[in-house]
Design a protein around this ligand. Structure first.
Ligand SMILES: [Ca+2]
Ligand SMILES: [Ca+2]
Length: 217
């Protein structure tokens, strides 16, 4: 499956001007964890095409009585097929979500050892963020689940250029406090086509503030 993903990816990469491989290796003992790619992709893509493949999904068990920690065990073969990989397209610009999974292992009616959220997104600076959160680890017969390790590879293509967001005044990919500060420092001042005058009435005022706040991210 990994090989076929490589072949499809190569075919699709023609005509795309920004391509990035993201390798992720996340390890957690139940706490929220995140892992960032070492290289970024262009964050202003109009759309992003992606393929991802799960490399391994490992769990670690601990004997609750003796404290003995067992070696990592790859259970990816036991997971439902939708966790093995996938592809799709999302709208840019970053920040945008590539995938979000809610693994439950094992499948009902067995008692779950793991529930939680594992996801991948492109950050405003173009880095890939792979994360695990809201994890609940269970156990059985005196054995507790104490660790989760997920390895995944994603191939992402940036296509086209997203229209710049006029409310993102400093161009960092989000409408937030920095933009608010910039608007407030231009408050009340007459200006001729300055970026903070969203409604173009010649000054920065309440209407512009409301417009920025309603586009808050
Ligand atoms: Ca901003
Ligand atoms: Ca105005």
């Amino acid at each position: 499956m990994f090989l076929s993903t490589l072949i499809v990816s190569t075919a699709l990469s023609q005509g795309n001007d920004s391509v990035e491989w993201f390798f992720f290796d996340l390890e957690t003992n139940g706490e929220t964890a995140e892992f960032f790619s070492t290289t970024p992709i262009r964050p202003n893509g109009e759309t992003y095409e992606f393929f991802w493949t799960l490399l391994s999904f490992e769990i670690q068990l601990t004997n609750e009585e003796t404290g003995f920690v067992f070696p990592w065990e790859d259970i990816s073969g036991d997971l439902p097929v939708e966790y093995f990989g996938g592809d799709g397209t999302v709208a840019g610009p970053a920040r945008c979500t590539i995938l979000e999974l809610n693994p439950t292992y094992p499948e009902p009616p067995e008692e779950p050892e793991i529930t939680g959220t594992v996801g991948l997104e492109i950050m405003p600076d173009g880095l890939g963020r792979f994360y695990a959160q809201d994890l609940v680890f269970g156990g059985y017969l005196g054995y507790a689940l104490t660790g989760l390790r997920v390895s995944l590879v994603a191939n992402i293509f940036a296509n086209g250029e997203a229209e710049p967001n006029p409310y993102d005044l400093n161009g960092d990919g989000v409408v937030g406090f920095v933009d608010l500060t910039q608007l407030l420092s231009a408050w009340g001042q007459p200006c001729n086509s300055c970026p903070e005058d969203f409604d173009g009435n010649g000054s920065v005022g309440f209407t512009d503030l409301t417009a920025l706040l309603s586009n808050w991210e």
